[in-house]
Design a protein around this ligand. Structure first.
Ligand code: MYR
Length: 185
């Protein structure tokens, strides 16, 4: 029998990471499936996924700021780049590109060509109208709200609906000043 070559630490780490990513993807799929069973209406599932994402986002921002060492962004353009290149990489393992800026720099698109949430996923015809990855829009909305940015985050393109990429539009609605409104005398 051929001797089994010991695997290096790196190889073991990579395979553990892959298994974790697959477990995460499958677990998310199981959650969506359960919501579809419980709520029946696809619209309600979209809302619930967005709300779950929001609840995650308002907590995840602390971990993001602590781990990333990102300091205050000068404008929304920098914030969008940080989400796409640092945030997505940290929590999803992929990066997004930022495009489609409007003239006043208040709205842009984040484009994901690779989306680990949808590995192994095929939607049946009964799920038309489902925004399967709606948790992501909620996460971004929640995280940005905690750093004083009220946003609206919506899906423009979705590969599970036959589009050629995943595209999220992020619109800055309001930037709340974090300055304390009263002076201590
Ligand atoms: C600031 O100006 O205070 C920095 C703002 C950085 C916001 C970054 C939000 C990260 C959101 C991560 C989303 C991950 C989605 C999978």
């Amino acid at each position: 029998m051929a001797p089994v070559a010991p695997r290096s630490g790196d190889a073991i780490f990579a395979s553990v990471e892959r298994v974790n990513a697959e477990l995460f993807t499958l677990t998310y799929g199981a959650i969506v499936r359960q919501l579809l069973t419980d709520l029946e209406e696809v619209e309600e599932v979209n809302k619930q996924l967005d709300q779950m994402g929001y609840n995650i986002g308002i907590r995840l921002i602390d971990e993001f700021l602590a781990k990333s060492n990102v300091s205050r962004c000068v404008d929304f353009k920098e914030t969008a780049e940080v989400i796409a290149k640092v945030g997505f990489k940290m929590f999803l393992g992929v990066t997004a590109s930022v495009t489609n800026w409007d003239a006043d720099g208040m709205s842009c698109s984040l484009i994901l060509e690779d989306n680990p949430l949808v590995d192994f996923v095929e939607l049946p015809d009964t799920c038309q109208g489902l925004y399967y990855c709606n948790i992501l829009s909620g996460v971004i909305r929640g995280a940005l709200e905690m750093v004083s940015m009220k946003t609206e985050v919506t899906w423009v393109r979705d590969m599970l609906r036959g589009d050629d990429a995943f595209e999220l539009q992020v619109k800055l609605l309001k930037q709340v000043s974090e300055e304390y409104p009263y002076k201590d005398d």
